[in-house]
Each structure stands twice: as C-alpha cells, then as structure tokens.
Design a protein around this ligand. Structure first.
Ligand code: GTP
Length: 306
C-alpha cells in the first residue's frame, strides 16, 4: 500500500488484551494510523468520534461481546460504514456465522498468521477506499463539490423525522444567484461556472455544526439544512450567507441589483408534527425565495409553512 493511501487509513483495534493490541499494531503499523480500545463501550465511542475505515474487534471481552459491539456499530448511521473484522480464538463454523451475521466483513482466528492478517486488512482497506470513492461520486455535485440533490433529499427526510421525534425546529434555506442568466450572457458559460464554484465555496464555508448540509439544488440554486434552528437564528443565518457571498466582491457588470454578485434566500422553519410533510417546508422556502426576488433581491426573506 502506498504511503499516501496508508496515511489516510485509520484502523481501530478493540481487544481487552494489551498484548494482542501490541501484536496487531506491530503487524499493521505501515497500513494506517492505529487507534485502540480495551473495551467494547470505549471502542464504540472512539469509532463514533474518529470514523475509522477498519475495526479489528475481539469477540470475548468483559462487558459487551464483540458480536454486540459489531451489531451496535452497524445499527448506528455514524459508524455503519466502518468495516469490521472479528478476531477470535474459536475456529468453529458457528462463531464464524455469528460474526458475519452481526455485520462483520471478515473473520480472523488466533493464533495470528501475520502475512494472512496483513493481506486481509489490506484487502478491506482497499475496498473501503473504493466504497468511499463511490459514495463521493453518488452524493456530490461534480462542478461545485457540494452535496447533490439526491443526497439533500435523503438528508432532509432523515432530519425531518428526527425533528418530528424531538419536537425541535428544523430550518431550511433556498438560495438563488441573482441575474445569473445575465452573468452567463456577459461573462460566458465558463465564467458562469467559475462564479458558481466561488459562490458554492462561500456558502459551503458557512456550515458550522454537525448535521448542517449545503447542497446544489439545481443549476444556480443551493439549499441549506439547519438542524435545531428556530426563526430568529434562521433569519440571522440567511442574512449572514447573503453577506458572505457579497463579500466575495465578484464583479457582475450586468446585474440590475448591484455591481457584484448577490444572492436571494428563502427561509422556512418548522417543528414537524404528524401531519406535516417536508414538501411543505420546501414550498414555504420556495415561496419566500420568490418574495425575496420580487422585493428587490440580495436579501433573505422568511416564509411560513402551510
Ligand atoms: N454557467 C452555468 N450556468 C448555469 C448552470 N446551470 C444553470 N445555469 C444558468 O443559470 C441561469 C438561470 O437563469 P434564470 O433562472 O433565468 O434566473 P436569473 O437570470 O438568475 O434571474 P433571477 O433569478 O430572477 O435573479 C440560466 O441562464 C441557466 O442557463 C451551470 O451549471 N453553469
């Protein structure tokens, strides 16, 4: 494995035996950065915090067993993407089946055969890299690098349900670049693409908290999901995004609004109840965006879900 690829890998070893951790760390030190935990509970916490590509997980541990830890990792969206290889002294078919049924991708028995351990780990790290690349291609917009519409639709559905359960306000911002057709006409399509990239980067840089999503919604439209955000904070956030784009000072000679590129933003917020749908939230933000456009552009306007 090249040094560059190895640098990007995080491998978590979860085993109550410090000797085993030492042995495995020695075998795998050139395949990635090694993290370790001596209990299942600590292993899960570390996996949530650090998102390793690969976890080597002992079956027999005091407290949670390896199978329980594996099932918990697979049931949590923040760790379900980590590949788990189960380690055990048992060589029976039943334990192998139990490991695979709990969500492990592979199974290594003690005593270790170092070349076999290294080869298996390397195979799964490569598969993980391919998976990550595929996910990147499936979820990201090619031009701007922001999340795409497909990812946004899924993320909003998840957040809507979460906020319904928690009875918390969910904020949404729809953004449209002002007079972008005129920008294309004046600066050419390639110039327009460059502008889209700069504006995307500015909007993307406004995300601060876990769960916030910035996506390209369509051609020159963007969308922001803001978890746990009520109307006051949403209004402030919308105005801040408009300001960040204005601060780019991208010349726009054919804009009827300003001498530089500006955006309009439609805002909407909802504490979803059983009968509300995410389409209502999107429609309210869309209606507010229309208002922002028709009342002068270069502003953030709040809508009301109906
Ligand atoms: N360069 C470039 N242009 C795009 C892309 N996607 C959409 N567009 C252009 O974005 C423009 C959107 O124009 P309109 O929807 O008419 O709106 P507008 O000119 O921005 O005017 P207002 O929204 O009313 O301020 C169209 O000319 C599209 O061709 C893209 O990926 N690259």
């Amino acid at each position: 494995m090249s040094d560059l690829l190895a640098e990007q890998n995080l491998i978590l070893i979860v085993d109550d035996s410090v000797d085993t951790i030492r042995l495995l760390s020695g075998m795998l030190k050139d395949q990635g950065q090694i993290l370790f935990a001596t209990s299942g509970e600590t292993g899960i916490r570390l996996a949530q915090e650090r998102q390793p590509q690969l976890i080597l997980l002992d079956v027999e541990m005091p407290g949670m067993s390896g199978y329980e830890v594996c099932a918990a990792l697979k049931g949590d969206p923040s760790t379900s993407g980590c590949a788990v290889i189960v380690i055990t002294a048992h060589t029976g078919v039943d334990s192998e089946v139990a490991a695979l049924a709990s969500g492990a991708v592979d199974y290594i028995t003690k005593p270790f055969n170092p070349p076999v351990v290294r080869a298996r780990v390397q195979t799964h790290l490569r598969l993980q890299q391919h998976n990550q690349l595929l996910l990147q291609l499936a979820n990201r917009d090619g031009l701007t690098g922001l999340y795409n519409r497909r990812f946004f639709d899924e993320a909003l559905a998840v957040e809507f349900e979460r906020h319904r359960r928690q009875k918390m306000p969910l904020g949404l911002i729809l953004i449209d670049i002002d007079h972008f057709k005129a920008y294309n006409d004046h600066y050419g399509h390639q110039g327009g693409d460059e502008c889209l990239k700069r504006v995307s980067a500015a909007i993307g840089a406004t995300t601060r908290r876990p769960g916030e999503v910035v996506a390209r919604y369509g051609g020159e439209e963007f969308v922001v999901i803001l978890p746990h955000t009520g109307t006051d904070d949403l209004q402030k956030h919308g105005e801040w995004i408009c300001k960040q784009v204005r601060s780019l000072n991208l010349e726009h000679q054919s804009s009827a609004t300003a001498s530089s590129v500006t955006i309009s933003a439609g805002l909407a917020c909802i504490v979803p109840n059983q009968s509300d749908s995410m389409q209502q939230l999107i429609a309210a933000a869309d209606q507010a965006l229309y208002q922002a456009k028709s009342t002068g552009r270069n502003r953030a306007v709040m809508g009301t879900p109906k």
